[in-house]
Design a protein around this ligand. Structure first.
Ligand code: NAP
Ligand code: MG
Length: 492
């Protein structure tokens, strides 16, 4: 870790004289200028001949043209998936299917640096996160589900199980490759074939995943990737051949999907938004809690469905925690996502930056007190300073709506009951965090909190074996573990 003495006259990022040297990642992302659709094992031009641009949000430069799939392309992809299901994949013994998943996992590991750089360029997340979290976790999901492929009968003892057939999947832009892995690995391990639509701003790693499928020798049509906009997603979800759909994205689009599928026999899982409470009791190790709070809200610029975006602190330690947090955000490095020292990279898109900026303005207008790090932001690209709001009340928009950015709303509580009441007073129910020295309190809180995942004295911990998902307006169905896999099978 090189340290350099900066000129005392320069405006300093850290408020002291020490700064890291830049350490840009140098692996080649092997990008193409143009990405076609991945249908039936080949890259094919879109039927309409239309492409859209994807940019690097860190500097607003164009990276590549991405094929825009229309309903005819979705039709071809679904037909290819159906053929593959009937002719090969649906009949293949699980033991054989598993070998392909292992191969995919190993190929992802082989090309990990390349994928990490591509992910960071297309989406803006810090390279240390794509390199150390997104790509290894994506590989881990394929490894985990490869192990299940020949043991599916143990998921539902005494019951007959069968894959659904063609599965339609639509994913968001915050963890593009990882969300793809969460969706595709269990689906194909269970014997389904898939048609997946990545998010418009982050299609590159999904289309590069097509190359991995080719390298792995996956039978044609088992995985199909159709890039495009919301209409492409709707075409995948509503296609007559898709018998099960899996969607991760906003609650608003989740509601549209539920309405459009009402009355059909399609199985559906929805992973939607969140507004998680991260609850700090006065007996918690405060320094440890502060690290967890920072990870909970600033990981991936706060573009995390389970982000700990509402901090509930016990009143007796609230001032102390706020002071520690202010000191901590002052040393977060914001800037070039390709620099290995960067803590917060670029906001994914101009639209998302506008949304964050507007919600932050309402926080100020409604009377909460804003504290921002004094860091300087790059002049090009989309960036937002790490932001804390104290004096937030439950009625404020910043306490109720998902901001999906690096903005923490801080509320206080006096008793455990008040903490639970405030934590559960939300339309969402995806995740929560509890910080306390008492094991009994952790157990009590985890039963009282209405959230799919409750972390205790840690935050944002994931494992392919651990089911993830929400309830209320955070959706239904699970991803990961036995429960996630069961959603890709029907019991007969
Ligand atoms: P979004 O607008 O709902 O988009 C998600 C995906 O759906 C994108 O691929 C989008 O395409 C597509 N889409 C848009 N309209 C559609 C329609 N009518 N029918 C079918 N597909 C449609 O969400 P986002 O802004 O990309 O992602 C952020 C949201 O995802 C947040 O609310 C976050 O909490 C949630 N999220 C949840 C989880 C979880 O596991 N619970 C995980 C990650 C993110 P375009 O890209 O072209 O718009
Ligand atoms: Mg992009």
């Amino acid at each position: 870790m090189a340290k350099k003495l900066t000129q005392p006259t320069r405006e300093l990022v850290f408020g002291d004289l020490w700064e890291f040297d830049p350490a840009p990642e140098s692996a080649d992302p092997k990008l193409k200028k143009r990405y076609d659709l991945f249908i039936n094992g080949s890259f094919v031009a879109p039927h309409s001949g239309k492409y859209f641009s994807t940019i690097n949000p860190a500097n607003e430069t164009k990276i590549a043209d991405i094929a825009l799939a229309d309903t005819q392309d979705v039709d071809s992809a679904c037909a290819a998936a159906q053929r593959a299901f009937v002719s090969t994949w649906g009949r293949m013994p699980g033991k054989e299917r598993g070998k392909y998943l292992y191969r995919i996992a190993r190929l992802l590991q082989d090309r990990a640096r390349e994928f990490a750089v591509a992910e960071t360029m297309d989406g803006g997340k810090p390279i240390k996160e794509s390199r150390d979290f997104d790509v290894p976790m994506a590989a881990a999901h394929f490894f985990y589900h490869a192990g299940w492929a020949d043991k599916l009968e143990f998921l539902a003892p005494g019951r007959q199980i069968a894959p659904h057939g063609v599965v339609g999947q639509v994913i968001p832009w915050n963890f593009p490759l990882l969300m793809l892995a969460w969706k595709i690995a269990p689906a194909i391990a269970a014997g389904n074939c898939v048609v997946l639509k990545p998010a418009e701003t982050t299609s590159i790693t999904a289309l590069k995943f097509g190359e991995i499928c080719q390298e792995a020798g996956l039978p044609n049509g088992v995985v199909n990737i159709v890039s495009g906009a919301g209409e492409t997603g709707a075409a995948v979800i509503n296609h007559p051949l898709t018998t099960k759909v899996a969607f991760t994205g906003s609650t608003d689009v989740g509601k549209i999907i539920m309405r459009s599928l009402a009355g059909t026999e399609k199985k559906m899982t929805l992973e939607l938004g969140g507004k998680a409470a991260n609850i700090v009791f006065d007996d918690a190790s405060l320094d440890q809690a502060v690290e967890g709070i920072v990870n909970g809200i600033f990981f991936n610029q706060g573009h995390v469905c389970c982000a700990g975006s509402r901090l509930l602190v016990q009143e007796s330690v609230a001032e102390q925690v706020l002071a520690k947090l202010k000191r901590r955000i002052a040393v977060l490095r914001v800037g070039d996502p390709m620099d290995k020292n960067t803590d917060l990279g670029a906001i994914n898109s101009r639209e998302q930056l506008t949304k964050i900026t507007e919600l932050v303005k309402t926080g100020v207008a409604e009377g909460a007190e804003m504290h921002q790090s004094a860091c300087r932001l790059p002049t090009k690209g989309f960036y937002f300073k790490p932001t804390l709001f104290s004096g937030v009340s439950m009625s404020h928009r910043i306490a109720r709506e998902e901001i999906f950015g690096p903005v923490l709303s801080i509320l206080t509580f006096r008793t455990l009951e008040e903490a639970v009441e405030k934590a559960n007073n939300t339309a969402f129910g995806l995740s929560a965090g509890v910080w306390t020295d008492k094991g009994s309190r952790i157990l009590k809180m985890s039963t009282l909190l209405k959230a799919g995942v409750v972390w205790a004295n840690t935050y944002n911990k994931f494992d392919p074996a651990s089911p993830f998902g929400g309830y209320k307006e955070s959706g239904f169905g699970r991803e990961g573990g036995k429960q996630g896999l069961l959603d890709y099978l029907k019991l007969i």
